[in-house]
Design a protein around this ligand. Structure first.
Ligand SMILES: [Zn+2]
Length: 471
């Protein structure tokens, strides 16, 4: 169905495939407006023509990022490294604070600005910059021992913007501007609805310490000799004893509990399984996907209406054939178990991901969506957005078929001492509430990762319930 409102975006030269990609995403996918694109040598900035009701309205937008990138693609000089928050002119009765990302050299110029008009904002360039993870493809040395891009070295950290979906802010600003000019409500955009999407990476479906007599003896020995803890020794023995009579007593086997909690909050979970082995001396999932108890678990989850997905093993993120074969194995198994889904996605184990290679490998394997992109070392908006989007390959310079569903909150980033170390304190609840509220404000998706083995402590379960329901 054609929209009643149409746009023509006239652009300066340079980065044409990228500009067409971002224009299509913002106007067509999110705002529900058909958009045509034109580039011209004479243009110095973007000119947006809004055609509505036999009238044409024009707006101007800054072209800063693409201008630099067109002559120095993926060069460090193209990276913004500072941010200034500035109020906009009044739109629909309100002044909006917008973050402008720029190079440090430009800081004085931006600080001198009191109010922003649309022509000051590089909506298209900065949105592309965040969504494509351009920064990660340039700062290749800012990765941790697992090859993951670190929050600590990111623009989000330097500018204090990790807890703000900045691309959503730009899109919302643009939507309000168009509505103010045309007096036409952007129906598709207004109909977006807030949603919580819980997902569960299945690393340890059953307690690894008690899964075989060998592992049980090893754990008991470790409790006594290394930990010098009779308390841990008896706890392991108790769990093993109880679980040997009934697997439901295994605290890691929390699946029916999760399904119930999710159902009470009116949501359905996504369960991502590891179906291969590529890690050496690392946790690569304490199970084999074809074990009888895993097959039963897959069927039970499917029967309960939950979604099954892929959790590619430790060394797959730069290995397209491993991703492809693990996905094929999972799909084949599901097919044999009469588990049929139209839509397949998942998340890389340990959040190992590299821009843009891992996205390309997922697209090549014909997975529909990925949900890896949150920082491991802190929750927030790594991609600057809480909407799903079709991804862009910065090396091949083309749009891929894969959808990214950014990860906003992983429990261990918030709770564990190796990351934010907030435990289940009031500060942790506050952080969850803030992230949830930001997603709600833009009617976006609050994507939450809670591992099945983290439903042991009552406090952590309460924090999870709070993430789902906000109470
Ligand atoms: Zn994992």
């Amino acid at each position: 169905m054609k929209s009643k409102i149409r746009c023509l975006l006239k652009s300066p030269p340079g980065c044409i495939p990228e500009k067409i990609y971002i224009a299509k995403l913002i106007f067509y996918e999110y705002l529900g407006i058909d958009v045509d694109f034109q580039s011209s040598e004479e243009k110095k900035s973007f000119e947006l023509n809004i055609l509505f009701d036999d009238k044409t309205y024009s707006l101007e937008f800054l072209d800063s990022f693409f201008k630099k990138a067109s002559s120095a693609w993926l060069e460090p000089a193209t990276l913004p490294d500072s941010c200034t928050w500035i109020k906009t002119n009044e739109i629909q009765g309100e002044e909006i604070w917008i973050p402008i990302f720029h190079t440090t050299d430009d800081a004085a110029f931006w600080k001198s600005k009191e109010h922003l008009t649309s022509s000051d904002i590089d909506i298209f360039g900065l949105s592309f910059f965040f969504l494509s993870r351009y920064e990660e493809a340039v700062r290749t040395s800012s990765r941790d021992e697992f090859g993951r891009f670190c929050f600590e070295k990111s623009l989000s950290k330097r500018t204090g913007t990790a807890n703000k979906p900045v691309v959503n802010m730009y899109i919302d600003f643009l939507a309000k501007l168009i509505e103010q000019i045309t007096h036409y409500p952007l129906e598709k955009y207004r109909k977006l609805a807030f949603e919580v999407i819980p997902s569960h990476d299945v690393d340890s479906p059953f307690s690894p310490s008690i899964r075989t007599p060998y592992w049980l003896l090893r754990t008991l020995g470790k409790n006594l000799i290394r930990d010098r803890s009779t308390e841990k020794f008896y706890a392991t023995a108790r769990t093993a004893y109880k679980s040997s009579f009934n697997q439901k007593n295994d605290p890691y086997n929390s699946f029916s509990k999760i399904v119930k909690i999710d159902a009470n909050a009116g949501v359905k979970g996504r369960y991502f399984f590891i179906s291969g082995r590529t890690g050496k001396k690392v946790n690569d999932g304490y199970y084999h996907i074809e074990e009888e108890r895993i097959k039963r678990l897959l069927q039970e989850l499917h029967f309960e209406g939950q979604e099954i997905g892929l959790h590619p093993s430790f060394n797959t993120y730069l290995n397209p054939s491993a991703i492809d074969s693990e996905f094929s194995r999972l799909k084949r198994l599901c097919e044999n178990l009469s588990i049929r889904q139209d839509y397949w996605g998942g998340r890389q184990h340990i959040l190992r991901w590299q821009c843009p290679d891992t996205w390309r490998h997922w697209a090549t394997a014909r997975l529909d969506y990925d949900s890896t992109l949150g920082f491991a070392d802190r929750p927030g908006f790594r991609c600057g957005i809480c909407y799903p989007y079709r991804v862009y390959d910065l090396i091949e310079r083309r749009e891929l078929t894969l959808i990214e569903q950014p990860l906003i909150l992983m429990e261990c980033s918030l709770i564990d001492s190796r990351y934010m170390n907030l435990g289940c304190s009031d500060a942790a609840f506050e952080e969850v509430q803030n992230l949830r509220n930001e997603c709600k404000k833009f009617r976006g998706q609050f994507t939450v990762l809670w591992h099945n083995h983290r439903y042991v402590s009552e406090e952590e379960v309460n924090l999870y319930k709070f993430a789902l329901s906000g109470k």
